[in-house]
Write a protein that binds this ligand. Structure first.
Ligand code: GDP
Ligand code: MN
Length: 378
């Protein structure tokens, strides 16, 4: 789960990272009032969960409250990479002398929380990594010892931090690390971290991405979720306890188990089709959850057929089959359904499906092929 810049900054500020906090506004009038309270020149920044806002016209300077209102009017409603801006952050404008990149990621291949740093900040780090990889330091941290003093010194020297700012820099990296660990983040970055003309070290932009699987430990952070920027179908799925990711194909997949769901998608592709989604309905799926899954799948107008692939272990096949038949009666839109149920009570399940006139299949290859054919004809 990605946090908006102003939320990320709140968290970093709590951990002692120096920054110019500001105020959010959702209208030009609110922006004017915020700029008046801040006093002096401000920066007006679109709050959207996509990078490169600066280039897209989502970050603008304003010298007066009137100008701040005008800039806010331009930015609110702007489309940035498919997302409509609803909120802007106003913060005191900084006079930038130098821009750095400083980030922490969970690097799975290094099996460690890793510091990423570059003196070529401000621009997107992916771009620097491509054109000038030697300008980036990647420093994996010992998982047991965490961030050590010598790690901090190494990063500080790599960035060429001036001597009088090294202590402040240490508190920035320490604060970023503490925020990352405490929030169970996957990523925490400051881009740019700047030295101002007056010689101050400040975080001008912040981004924190949280680990969804650890969110249950952080109800306060969960409350920061921005539903405006999530797929409505993915929100509905989360509420129903279903693991769902929307894709672009035409064949809806309903599967129990994440691994089986991945395999099912692979076989759909092998049979010449494109999956419309990843969906893991979880263990012991009952009729209401099956119905919710169908509704979520069918909400996508691209879906032309549904492939149901259930492996009955503890889950009883006949129960799922009854759930499918029951759920089908409640649906608003009808598309061909190919159902494969194996495992516990598979024969009873097959009988229920046959009586309901659903397309069945004995093997997964056969099921995938039938779904692809049905989608092509629909
Ligand atoms: P991003 O493009 O979405 O990463 O948004 P940023 O917050 O990083 O802003 C992009 C760029 O705008 C920064 O790299 C800075 O060069 C510039 N910028 C942001 N805030 C200020 C500010 O307070 N003063 C000045 N002069 N420039 C700023
Ligand atoms: Mn940035």
């Amino acid at each position: 789960m990605k946090l908006q810049e102003y939320r990320s900054k709140e968290i970093l500020a709590q951990h002692g990272v120096p920054l110019l906090a500001g105020e959010v506004a959702t209208s030009a009038e609110e922006a004017r009032a915020a700029a008046e309270r801040i006093g002096g020149p401000v920066v007006v920044k679109a709050q959207v969960l996509v990078g490169g806002r600066g280039k897209a016209g989502g970050v603008k300077l304003a010298a007066t409250p009137d100008e701040a209102a005008q800039r806010a009017r331009e930015i609110i409603g702007l489309d940035i990479k498919g997302v409509t801006v609803r909120t802007v952050l106003l913060a005191p404008a900084a006079d930038i002398a130098t821009e750095f990149y400083l980030g922490l990621i969970l690097d799975r291949s290094a099996k460690a929380v890793t510091v990423i740093a570059s003196a070529e900040g401000g621009v997107e780090i992916e771009e620097t990594a491509r054109v000038k990889p030697e300008a980036i330091l990647r420093l994996p941290l010992d998982p047991l010892l965490g961030l050590q003093e010598h790690n901090v010194r190494r990063v500080s020297f790599f960035l060429g931090m001036p001597a009088d700012l090294r202590r402040t820099f240490a508190s920035v990296l320490r604060g970023l690390y503490d925020a990352f660990m405490q929030a169970d983040a996957d990523l925490a970055e400051i881009n740019p971290l700047v030295i101002t003309a007056a010689g101050e070290l400040l975080a001008l932009d912040a981004k924190i991405v949280l680990d969804e699987s650890a969110l249950f430990r952080h109800p306060d952070l969960e409350a920061m979720r921005d539903l405006n920027e999530e797929e409505p179908s993915e929100i509905a799925a989360r509420e129903a306890g279903i693991n769902f990711i929307k894709l672009d194909g035409t064949i809806g997949c309903m599967v129990n188990g994440a691994g089986l769901a991945m395999t099912t998608m692979d076989l759909v592709k092998l049979a010449g089709g494109e999956p419309a989604n990843f969906l893991d309905i979880g263990g012991g799926a009952k009729a209401d959850r099956v119905a919710a899954a169908f509704r979520i799948i069918l909400d996508d107008p691209n879906v032309r057929a549904i492939l149901v692939n259930i492996f009955g272990g503890i889950t009883r096949g006949d129960e799922v089959a009854r759930g499918i038949v029951e759920a089908r009666g409640m649906l608003e839109r009808e598309v061909p359904m190919v159902v494969r149920i194996v495992g516990t009570n598979a024969e009873e399940a097959a009988e229920i499906l046959r009586q309901a006139n659903l397309i069945t299949a004995d093997s997964l290859d056969e099921a995938a092929a039938k779904a692809v054919t049905a989608a092509g004809q629909a």
